[in-house]
Ligand binder design. Structure first.
Ligand code: PLP
Length: 511
């Protein structure tokens, strides 16, 4: 067999990967393509309906030897890629948490990709670092974070890729801060706390940071306290750990848990944590955005006693993936855990210690100029429009909540604080319907199981219809449908239409 090189076609003309005019031409085509996609987003089944492995059957087995025109490639995107896309920008998208797109976020991302700088330290692109310092202070002020979290108050903010990274970095900072006092040989004694509603990011981060898996505490929550972390339970768990000779290290409190947007009470939790010098991180990945509105800011009361705070601007803040905003009160703790200083990166500015070198605030060395997209979002919309847009989603969620409340076959599972409604098929009503009236289900367990089965079946049918996409959670043994509003194209009529889809499918199941 001859190698590919034996057949090299020497006559092809060399490529010009950054030809301005070709970029302009192709760029216009792509922008037109995406603009049409947004216009038509509603026409696609929201959740992709393809089967696993669909794409390998459609694409060639190897990369093309000869170049192909953008027109041909775009045609394949339309024919083969789009069917395999779940349309997060569809107005009928209500699953997980939103990834609310915006023109400003998209164009900021384009500028970032266009400049394609690698801003690992200040000197590698001063604007990348300085703009990030500025937008993080702007945003921190919008959220009314205590000054101690801002650069203007000896703290500081950094844009991470995701919350998973933000939590890992803060655990590493807390771990090293404590190990400096108690000796690295004691790492096996460190304990990390969250609730059974805390995102799995915490457990993963604790694991990666070398915390003994036996010392990870997912403290149980209950329906009676709306699935928030109880300060008394935290205190009892800490007491028991201390009795066992362990050392409390880190608490992750959540504002808007992933399952049902529960809100952990920051003030009393921080009060408990403070007694033991525990590092408190506040994860507000989804709900943090809402706190720029004065009427939601109270959810962050108590933050003054926390050590770090993060939220994802790429969720419900109109900034394209990836953009997790993390603030810390003590940047030195991060830097001590994450910095490296190879000779090839040495420069006067870094040596002067007058600049921020973000490579020391994160896991990776190389980093994108993410601040641009956030800057564009903040400037293009202004605080006033951002607040109003978030409020419009909350208002739609209230309407949906009322619709759920008006149909006795359903029940809300947890309070709605933001733009997500969690509901299930009501166990009590279920047993009154024809289909189940002869069932023996006369105890609670059986009722809940039946409700779980019907609710899950209902969700599968809704999503298979392609008309709307919702997702689920299991809390306190209950299977619940999560209806999260936040896609930028969603309007009132999409919400009422989605509710009709829910009702129609339940009608079909029960009849
Ligand atoms: C509360 C919470 N924390 C963390 C995460 C993980 O976020 P990321 O994907 O940015 O790591 C999520 C994702 O939905 C979340 O809801």
């Amino acid at each position: 067999m001859g190698s590919l090189h034996e057949f090299e076609n020497k006559s092809v003309s060399p490529i010009k990967p950054l030809d301005s005019e070709e970029f302009r031409r192709q760029g216009h085509l792509i922008i037109d393509f995406i603009a049409d996609y947004y216009k038509n987003a509603e026409k696609y089944p929201v959740r992709s309906q393809v089967e696993p492995g669909y794409l390998r059957k459609r694409l060639p087995e190897s990369a093309p030897y000869n170049p192909e025109p953008i027109e041909t490639i775009l045609k394949d995107v339309e024919e083969h890629i789009v069917p395999g896309i779940t349309h997060w920008q569809s107005p009928n998208y209500f699953a997980y948490f939103p990834s609310s797109g915006s023109t400003a976020g998209f164009l900021g991302e384009m500028l970032c990709s266009g400049f394609n700088v690698v801003g690992f330290n200040w000197v590698s692109s001063p604007a990348a670092t300085e703009l990030e310092n500025i937008v993080m202070d702007w945003l921190g002020e919008m959220l009314k974070l205590p000054k101690s979290f801002l650069f203007s108050g000896n703290g500081g903010g950094v844009i991470q890729g995701t919350t998973c990274e933000a939590i890992l970095c803060t655990i590493a900072a807390a771990r090293d801060q404590t190990l400096r006092k108690i000796g690295t040989e004691n790492i096996g004694k460190l304990v990390v706390y969250g609730s059974d509603q805390t995102h799995s990011a915490l457990q993963k981060a604790a694991h990666i940071a070398g915390i003994d898996p036996k010392n990870f505490r997912a403290i149980k929550t209950s329906k009676s306290s709306s699935f928030c972390l109880s300060p008394d339970s935290l205190q009892a768990t800490i007491d028991s750990d201390i009795e066992d000779g362990l050392i409390p290290l880190f608490l992750c409190a959540t504002i808007g848990t992933t399952g049902i947007t529960a809100v952990d009470p920051l003030q009393p939790l921080c009060a408990v944590a403070k007694r033991y010098g525990i590092w408190v991180h506040i994860d507000a990945a989804y709900a943090g955005s809402a706190c720029i509105c004065p009427e939601f800011r109270h959810f962050l009361d108590g933050i003054e006693n926390a050590d770090s705070f993060s939220f994802n601007a790429h969720k419900w803040f109109f900034t394209n993936l990836d953009c997790c905003c993390l603030w810390v009160k003590n940047p030195n703790a991060l830097i001590q855990a994450l910095s490296t200083n190879p000779e090839f990166l040495r420069n006067k500015a870094s040596d002067s210690k007058e600049v921020v070198d973000y490579k020391d605030w994160q896991i990776t060395l190389s980093r994108r100029f993410r601040a641009l997209k956030l800057w564009l979002v903040l400037r293009s919309y202004g605080v006033v429009n951002l607040r109003n847009f978030l409020r419009s989603h909350v208002k739609m969620a209230k309407v949906f909540e009322e619709l759920v409340g008006s149909d006795k076959r359903f029940e809300m599972v947890a309070p709605r604080y933001f733009s997500m409604v969690c509901f299930r098929v009501s166990p009590s009503v279920l047993f009154k319907t024809n289909k189940y009236e002869n069932g023996k289900a006369d105890n609670d367990v059986e009722k809940v199981e039946k409700s779980n089965e019907v609710t899950e079946n209902l969700l599968q049918k809704i999503n298979a219809s392609g008309k709307a996409y919702m997702s689920h959670a299991i809390v306190g043994g209950m299977y619940v449908i999560r209806f999260a509003i936040g896609a930028s194209l969603t309007e009132d009529h999409h919400v009422t239409a989605a509710w009709k889809v829910v009702q129609q499918h339940l009608d079909a199941i029960l009849n």
